[in-house]
Design a binder for this molecule. Structure first.
Ligand code: SF4
Length: 373
């Protein structure tokens, strides 16, 4: 029986020329993520899904590891079309190896023998057709690290744009200037998981802090809508000092970037730390607010974090979007995205009105429809 690596090897295309460079007679450099791997003939990159064969960089193509319909609040984007259905897809593999990953079945499929996740063959047209049929407004590359499968995401996003949908990355942010320039024309929204503000912690996860900070700065400069998430893990990244530095950095890039601080629950191989409590989230959120961030949200503990699930006007404190978990309880922004009480402009990608909510809980669409038969 073929191994998963062999199965995926048959599902590849040539890398985009922007994301690869010949650096010596038999060595290519890949620029799809911050590792910038020099890859000798016959070898794989760190992500294990991009490889050099015969002087060509082969990259994942033509399948998904899974699809799911999510409320956009789950991504989480809180300043984009509240209540919208986000049609989410992922491939397999990741450039980091976080021991607490909540998507390990797809992200660690090539590293962990317990992570069995067979690919489903499909096309960009089939994915977008299904997203439209289900009422999706946004197509999201998520579940594995989208940067390492950017060629496939861009092919899908071109179809999505033509169908009038928004497009998004949910990413660890370990990017390069080249990959961001490559995706820029096709990506509307970007969520970065800022996991820590300590380079030592990032090295434990298989990365470095600097490329992630550079990605955040670059995305903001490029005008791609950006929201940041930090999963607060007690004893790993929850120290006041670290949260202080992390939120000061974000506020310096822009106080208008929404920051979501979310609760950890024991998962995958990280089962030692205790689960995050509401008090811990509130304390971290207060540090972010003190450092000037105007939109701070506490996630994963619905109904237990006071006002920190809602969007309020930073000027007059009027309620703008009221939430319980992923559910939109009320919506008060004006048609042009202003506060109805004091007319402050609220940054985001708002629609002219609240369109209702298709779902407040994730659900699986019929995956069979995506298959190429
Ligand atoms: S995507 Fe990243 S990890 Fe994979 S080959 Fe390219 S640079 Fe290396």
């Amino acid at each position: 029986m073929a191994t998963l690596a062999e199965v995926l090897e048959r599902r590849t295309a040539e890398a985009a020329p922007e994301l690869v460079e010949l650096i010596s007679r038999d060595r290519l450099r890949c620029y799809a993520c911050g590792h910038e791997c020099p890859i000798p003939e016959g070898a794989l990159g760190v992500c294990k899904v991009r490889f050099n064969r015969g002087g060509t960089l082969h990259v994942p193509w033509g399948y998904v590891g899974g699809v799911q319909c999510d409320p956009i609040e789950k991504k989480p984007f809180f300043h984009v079309r509240p209540g919208a259905l986000a049609f989410s897809f992922g491939m397999l593999g990741c450039d980091l190896h976080c021991s607490y990953c909540q998507n390990w079945v797809t992200s660690q499929a090539l590293r962990d023998p317990d992570a069995t996740s067979p690919p489903i063959d499909t096309t960009p047209e089939a994915i977008v057709r299904e997203a439209v049929r289900l009422g999706g407004r946004v197509v999201v590359s998520t579940y594995n690290e989208p940067l390492i499968t950017s060629e496939w995401a861009v092919a899908i996003f071109k179809e999505a744009r033509a169908a009038g949908l928004l497009t998004a990355y949910v990413s660890n942010g370990n990017g390069t200037r080249r990959v961001l320039d490559y995706i820029r024309p096709w990506v509307d929204l970007y969520k970065v998981d800022l996991k820590s503000f300590d380079d030592k912690h990032y090295r434990q996860l298989g990365g470095r802090l600097e490329p992630i900070l550079n990605t955040i700065r670059a995305l903001h400069e490029m005008g791609i809508w950006l929201e940041i998430v930090t999963l607060l893990i007690p004893g790993f990244n929850s120290g006041d000092d670290e949260i202080e530095k992390l939120t000061s950095f974000l506020a310096e890039v822009s106080p208008d970037i929404p920051w979501h601080v979310t609760a950890f629950h024991k998962d995958y191989r990280m089962s030692d730390p205790e689960n995050t409590t509401p008090d811990m989230l509130v304390r971290a959120a207060e540090i972010g607010q003190r450092n000037g961030l105007r939109y701070v949200y506490a996630g994963n503990l619905p109904g237990r974090v006071g006002d920190l699930e809602h969007t309020r006007c930073p000027q007059c404190k009027a309620m703008l979007v009221e939430r319980f978990g992923y559910f939109i309880q009320s919506y008060h922004l004006t048609a042009d995205g202003h506060c109805p009480a004091c007319d402050t402009a609220i940054p985001g990608r708002w629609g002219p009105s609240f369109d209702g909510q298709i779902t407040a809980t994730p659900f699986l669409p019929g995956q069979r429809r995506l298959r190429v038969l």
